[in-house]
Each structure stands twice: as structure tokens, then as C-alpha cells.
Design a protein around this ligand. Structure first.
Ligand SMILES: CCCCCCCCCCCC(=O)SCCNC(=O)CCNC(=O)[C@H](O)C(C)(C)COP(=O)(O)OP(=O)(O)OC[C@H]1O[C@@H](n2cnc3c(N)ncnc32)[C@H](O)[C@@H]1OP(=O)(O)O
Length: 194
């Protein structure tokens, strides 16, 4: 197997993840990081509107209700949309570590078709941390949190600073966020870790 294929598996000397003391309490909703996020934002009519809650460890659970606008094949969720749902749940683990990170690599296995109208029950957790690299895994089940696995993913997230977004995002949206002092303060607070 090539080095690229093993990139989502932590090295032997990676550290166990640590739940940040200011992480949302277990069961508490993990709010959307941005209202126009296609995964979790309320401002996207066709978005996934993922509802995510903190778990007891460095983990979250989330539900995604598949709507007709999320189809790929007739009556079935698009695979890219399912990957988006897992990616967004994995992204919300930032709030448990209180670190800002972005997806570097996402490897997805599709095990069962996911019909329109069904609820995908997602569980995501950080498995290890090595420097800026955050290793995580997510699973989506049908019929309930213990139901059969429909889709799963292993992921490598890379820690970044707020400047990653300021320097790379389109000017209009960045300016709109920067005009909200609360948003800037909240984001900067993530850069200060004990
Ligand atoms: C305000 C609140 C918002 C909060 C925002 C939360 C958003 C969550 C949204 C859901 C998640 C997303 O969709 S995020 C959006 C999708 N992702 C992106 O747009 C990321 C695009 N990629 C990049 O910008 C860049 O490649 C980075 C930042 C990932 C890495 O660039 P860099 O910072 O220059 O770092 P670099 O030196 O290249 O890499 C550091 C180490 O990571 C490894 N590495 C880097 N990329 C990869 C990769 N794809 N696969 C394997 N390994 C990788 C390198 O080999 C290196 O290992 P070593 O040599 O140290 O061993």
C-alpha cells in the first residue's frame, strides 16, 4: 500500500486526543460554524442542515435528513452529499478540540444506498493527534444510531490559523464575517490553546 493510502491512519507515535475544557458539554448542540455552510448552516435552503451534538469524549453525533434536493440516483442520496455530511460532522470535532482545522483527506466507503426521506445517524470521533494532523473517523447508520452502516469515512484534518480563511476566501464573504466582531473574537479564541 502506498504512503498516500495510509495517510488517514495515525502514526504509532500519535497522541490520544484531549477534550478541551471549554468544549460544549456532552449532549449540547455544536452550533454551525458559518450560517452559509452547505453542511450545517441555516442560510442554505438546499443545504444539509446537519444537527450536531457533542459527545462525552472527543466525539459528536449528528442527524442528516435526506431530502429530494440531495438525490444522485432516483430516490437515493448522492454519494458526494453523503461524504459532505460526514465531512461536516468531522469538521465539527474542531469544537471538541477547540482547534481550527480543515479536511486534508477524506476516504469514504459506501456500504448501503441511502433513500430520500431517511435519516442518516452520524457518529464522528477524533482518534489521534500528531502535531497539526488530526486523525478522525465517521460512520453513518440507517434506522437509528445502532442501525446498519450505510457510509463511513476515515479522515485527516490539518490545523490552520484563522488567516487561512481570511487569505483564501472570497472578499465579499470574508468582509461580511469580519464586520461581525463576535465572529472574529470567537474564531481568534480558537487559536489560543492551553
Ligand atoms: C473560523 C472558524 C472556521 C471553522 C471552519 C471549519 C470548517 C469545517 C468544514 C468541513 C471541513 C471542510 O470541508 S474543510 C474544506 C476542504 N479542505 C480544504 O479546503 C483544504 C485545502 N488544503 C489546504 O488549504 C492545504 O493543503 C492545507 C491547509 C490542508 C495544508 O497546507 P499547509 O498548511 O501549507 O501545510 P503542509 O505543510 O502542506 O502540510 C502539513 C502536513 O500535513 C500533510 N498534508 C497536507 N495536506 C495533506 C493531504 N491532503 N493528505 C495527506 N497529508 C496532507 C503534509 O504532508 C504535512 O505533513 P508533514 O510533512 O508535517 O508530515
Amino acid at each position: 500500500m502506498s504512503a498516500t493510502n495510509t495517510a488517514v491512519q495515525p502514526p504509532a507515535d500519535a497522541a490520544a486526543p484531549v477534550r478541551h475544557p471549554e468544549a460544549p458539554a456532552p449532549g449540547e448542540p455544536v452550533g454551525s460554524h458559518y450560517e452559509n455552510c452547505f453542511g450545517c448552516g441555516s442560510g442554505q435552503p438546499h443545504g444539509l442542515h446537519l444537527a450536531t451534538r457533542a459527545g462525552e469524549g472527543v466525539n459528536v453525533t449528528a442527524e442528516f435528513t435526506v431530502r429530494p434536493e440531495h438525490q444522485g440516483a432516483p430516490g437515493l442520496a448522492h454519494g458526494g452529499i453523503l461524504a459532505t455530511a460526514l465531512d461536516d460532522a468531522l469538521g465539527s470535532l474542531n469544537w471538541l478540540l477547540r482547534t481550527i482545522s480543515v479536511t486534508g483527506r477524506l476516504e469514504t466507503d459506501y456500504r448501503r444506498p441511502v433513500p430520500v426521506g431517511s435519516v442518516l445517524h452520524i457518529a464522528a470521533e477524533v482518534t489521534a493527534v500528531a502535531g497539526r494532523k488530526i486523525y478522525a473517523t465517521a460512520v453513518g447508520r440507517l434506522g437509528g444510531p445502532e442501525g446498519p452502516v450505510a457510509v463511513r469515512a476515515d479522515a485527516l484534518f490539518i490545523e490552520v490559523k484563522v488567516d487561512h480563511f481570511i487569505e483564501n476566501g472570497r472578499k465579499e464573504e470574508i468582509q461580511a464575517v469580519m464586520d461581525d466582531p463576535d465572529a472574529v473574537r470567537q474564531a481568534r479564541a480558537f487559536e489560543v490553546n492551553p
